[in-house]
Design a protein around this ligand. Structure first.
Ligand SMILES: Nc1ncnc2c1ncn2[C@@H]1O[C@H](COP(=O)(O)OP(=O)(O)OP(=O)(O)O)[C@@H](O)[C@H]1O
Ligand SMILES: [Mg+2]
Length: 250
């Protein structure tokens, strides 16, 4: 990996989230680099979703620093402003607009970012049909451009939602359990899709499906009780006794 692609996109330093004395995150630190994919795994309650809640401004930490693009203190921004900064999140349940077409859903997502930025200087690129058609091609929905989103399969809806993050021109995509409820074939296609997207964007993906995580071929962080238990590639983690004890062996 070249020095350029190794630049830090997000610097997470000593983040603690305290829910009335219970530490959902306990002095968590790590770095996310530009144009990489990072998987986060761990048992239920490990703090994975809370970690995303912190980055997106939904939950505030009691201590710690969160620095985006080397100088932006994310803790000073609210949820909407953070979307404006290029950080977009997909929740587990698809939230597409069922009565709108695939193309319309992407346009609505693009407008959402535009309204947040609300700037005279806003780059209109993401409202161009050409750009949106490129997104549709990336997510493999070329044959469904004018199809109502409500009629898509579960997997196709999830891909459309990933496309909506791309239409917002997000730089950092955060996906919480993207393959839950998908067929094996849909999981394989999602893995390919994320690998392609991570050439241009940064992706953080939380998943419980270890075969899927392994297929992503990316660094994996194991969280447990709000702390990093281990980091590495999936084939190394699979042999780590602590990881087996708290998670994989269960
Ligand atoms: N708003 C809250 N108030 C109190 N406790 C909370 C709150 N949100 C989360 N928690 C607790 O923090 C811990 C971490 O929760 P979190 O949802 O981050 O886990 P997770 O790793 O995403 O788990 P799962 O794999 O089940 O999705 C859990 O014990 C949860 O009950
Ligand atoms: Mg969760």
């Amino acid at each position: 990996m070249s020095e350029k692609t190794k630049r830090e996109l997000l610097y997470i330093d000593g983040i603690t989230v305290d829910f009335d004395g219970f530490k959902a995150l306990n002095s968590l630190s790590f770095i996310i680099y530009y144009r990489t994919m990072q998987a986060i795994v761990g048992p239920n309650g490990a703090g994975k979703t809370t970690f995303m809640d912190i980055i997106t401004g939904r939950t505030r930490p009691s201590t710690g620093r969160l620095i985006y693009k080397e100088s932006i203190n994310l803790l000073k921004y609210d949820e909407a402003a953070i979307v404006g900064l290029g950080i977009a999140r997909k929740f587990q349940r698809p939230s597409v607009f069922p009565d709108q077409s695939v193309l319309e859903n992407l346009k609505l997502a693009a407008f959402k970012r535009k309204n947040i930025i609300n700037s005279f200087f806003y780059n209109q690129k993401n409202l161009d049909n050409e750009f949106l058609m490129y997104v549709i091609e990336q997510i493999g929905l070329d044959d469904f451009v004018y199809q109502k989103a409500g009629l898509l399969s579960h997997g196709q809806k999830q891909w459309l939602e990933i496309g909506m993050l791309l239409a917002q021109e997000a730089e950092l995509l955060m996906l919480d359990e993207p393959v839950a409820g998908m067929t094996d074939e849909e999981r394989a296609r999602t893995s390919e899709l994320l690998k392609v997207i991570s050439k241009e964007k940064t992706i953080i993906v939380i998943e419980h499906d270890m075969d899927f995580v392994e297929s992503l071929n990316c660094p994996v962080t194991v969280l447990n009780e709000g702390m990093v238990l281990a980091e590495g590639t999936m084939d190394v983690l699979k042999k780590n006794k602590e990881v087996i004890d708290v998670y994989l062996g269960r």
